[in-house]
Ligand binder design. Structure first.
Ligand SMILES: [Fe+2]
Ligand SMILES: [Fe+2]
Length: 276
């Protein structure tokens, strides 16, 4: 008779440690491990099941299901995973390196948990700004028949490393982008973010990474570079009437970016005494 291990956890999302623990349980004397996502979670249960199935694809003796009738099958033992909460909570802050190998790419590409990631890495003020930037990005991409989802993602991700202290930023730039250290620490987050996003979240989209690298100084000339730059400077929560700049940008991105850049330089000269 088949001996089955039923393993329950939120799997929100399924983590590498959980896959390993489940396989260990199965190998300890079961013919099959059936992993079942709990009812409650950030992602819908069906989505968590889909991710679980992806994560378990390489393993013949592990499967995923929404339910398993333990009463009618003898030789069943139910387990819950101890490592689940901590690992999954970390993954939901953007630590996709904690997620199961087979789903990391999907998490990054589909922008899953992005709201939670922004909230976990930013102050409430910065999180609201990022979400507002993402909405302006989406609006501009729509106006120019560009990829709206990609633009929205760039907006959500652009300030994720802004809360880092200078020491953390310096350490990363010393290794990956030392030329930037001569710039003011205020702009370092433009250069630390692409490294962190690539290494930890597995973001591969070069256009997104590039646009984030250009977002503070407005040095990019690609469509997404300009969209993110304009959106970052004009999003409504900044507290000034930017409707003219946004309207110009909806008609012509280059003109909009040039307008925002000249206004931003003027502002820095007059208010901050910085000559740019
Ligand atoms: Fe920024
Ligand atoms: Fe920003």
């Amino acid at each position: 008779m088949m001996k089955i291990a039923v393993i329950r956890a939120p799997f929100d999302p399924v983590c590498e440690k959980e896959v390993k623990a489940a396989l260990d349980i199965q190998r300890s004397g079961f013919d099959l491990a059936v992993l079942i996502p709990d009812e409650e979670g950030v992602l819908p249960r069906r989505k968590r099941l889909e991710l679980l199935r992806r994560a378990l694809q390489p393993y013949r003796k592990a499967a995923a299901a929404l339910q398993f009738d333990t009463e009618h099958v003898r030789n069943t033992v139910v387990f819950s995973l101890e490592c689940a909460d901590e690992e999954e909570a970390l993954a939901r802050t953007g630590r996709f390196d904690k997620a199961a190998r087979g789903i990391r790419k999907i998490l990054a590409e589909e922008g899953l948990y992005l709201e939670q990631i922004v909230d976990a890495n930013c102050s409430p003020h910065r999180a609201a700004h990022s979400k507002s930037v993402a909405q302006v990005c989406l609006r501009l991409a729509h106006a120019h028949h560009l990829n709206e989802f990609q633009a929205w993602k760039a907006g959500m991700l652009h300030d994720l490393t802004k809360s880092w202290d200078d020491e953390r930023g310096r350490k990363l730039l010393e290794v990956y982008d030392p030329g930037r250290l001569k710039l003011s620490p205020k702009v370092w987050h433009s250069y630390t973010a692409p490294v962190w996003l690539k290494q930890v979240m597995g973001i591969q989209d070069r256009q997104i990474l590039q646009a984030i690298g250009h977002h503070t100084l407005g040095t990019g000339s690609g469509d997404l570079d300009m969209i993110l730059y304009i959106a970052d400077k004009t999003e409504p929560l900044r507290g000034y009437d930017s409707s003219y700049e946004i309207a110009v940008s909806e008609k012509n991105l280059k003109e909009g970016a040039a307008l925002v850049l000249s206004e931003s330089k003027k502002y820095l000269r007059e208010k901050e005494g910085i000559d740019v």
